[in-house]
Design a protein around this ligand. Structure first.
Ligand code: FO1
Length: 309
């Protein structure tokens, strides 16, 4: 079975791990948002690619969901003595990944090639594919002006009300052959419970991507990241409202209706089922919170089987 997951970072990697563990023999490709990428001290950081890779390699920090378990921060402390403002926490071992990626990119590799090298080195058997090789950068407009995504999300702890969102550079980016081929060959396409605006949004915004996704609609399901009108984590609700959508599972259905056949919603959102059906999206109700491996595997199986129900 060929499974493709569209994914952001911490939220989406829970379902990525569920699919990876529950379907070990599947041909599994994960298309990951790269519009959160940033440069710090000349290093190319790809937070969502690293979060998914570390999670599948069983290396991720279980407390934060990002970074490496048991990492230390000696380099960051030394950098502080040179006046570096360390608001973006880069662990010592995590730095090895950013150094490697930056070196591979400077030696002429594409982001897809460099990612493949890192993923294989860590023993991960899935294909982890950046959504594109070109630079795309999400920015969020607040009352105080436009902020780079990580400035909005990490530095200012998404405390500002978002007014608008852009993905700079997306119009001149392109869907690469590995991403296109994986989607066109997939038996199941699953949209992870990631932030619909800043994680799945940049993937949807790639020129030609919606046409590809729509051509796979009968095989595509999404898992709602909004439960009981609240984002499972992060500012997804506020960001959805900034785009004119309701912060609810029905709002998620409205955003994805043109390319998903079914939406998996939480039991807490049962009452929204008929509204979702009215958008020609089949609601499938289950417990979607994934605190442990057993629940991640159960939601993964539920998602894969949802297209057959
Ligand atoms: N998230 C934080 O909230 N604070 C951090 O200091 C931070 C550092 C960081 C370093 C490497 C990495 O791969 C991810 C990191 N993240 C951090 C997570 C990350 O930036 C966000 O969760 C995503 O970009 C949103 O998907």
């Amino acid at each position: 079975m060929k499974i493709v997951l569209l994914c952001g970072g911490v939220g989406g990697s829970k379902l990525a791990l569920g699919l990876y563990s529950e379907f070990p023999d599947a041909d599994f490709s994960i298309i990951v948002n790269t519009a959160d990428d940033l440069e710090i001290l000349g290093l190319h950081i790809s937070p969502d690619l690293d979060t998914v890779t570390y999670t599948l390699a069983a290396l991720s920090n279980p407390d934060t969901g990002w970074g490496l378990a048991g990492d230390s921060f000696h380099a960051l402390a030394m950098l502080a003595s040179y006046g570096h403002d360390g608001w973006f926490q880069l662990g010592d071992r995590d730095l090895a990944t950013h150094l490697t990626r930056t070196h591979l990119l400077r030696s002429g590799m594409s982001l897809s090639e460099a990612t493949g090298r890192i993923v294989r080195s860590l023993g991960v058997r899935a294909s982890i594919l950046p959504m594109c090789d070109e630079k795309v950068s999400t920015r969020v407009r607040t009352a105080g002006g436009w902020l780079a995504f990580q400035e909005y999300f990490v530095k200012r702890r998404h405390a500002d009300k978002p007014i608008a969102v852009t993905h700079d550079g997306v119009e001149s980016a392109s869907v690469g052959p590995a991403v296109r081929d994986a989607l066109l060959a997939a038996d199941r396409v699953v949209v992870a419970p990631s932030n619909p605006v800043v994680s799945i949004g940049p993937i949807m915004a790639l020129p030609g991507m919606l046409e590809i996704l729509r051509s796979r609609r009968e095989r595509t399901v999404a898992v709602s990241p909004i439960v009981g009108g609240q984002a499972v984590s992060g500012p997804a609700g506020e960001l959805m409202k900034s785009q004119g959508f309701q912060a609810s599972a029905a709002g998620v259905a409205a955003m994805y209706a043109s390319f998903i056949e079914a939406l998996i919603i939480d039991k807490a959102d049962r009452d929204l089922a008929s509204t979702i059906e009215g958008m020609d999206v089949r609601p499938e109700v289950t417990d979607t919170i994934m605190p442990d491996l057993a629940s991640k595997k159960r939601v993964a199986r539920f998602a894969v089987e949802a297209t057959r129900r």
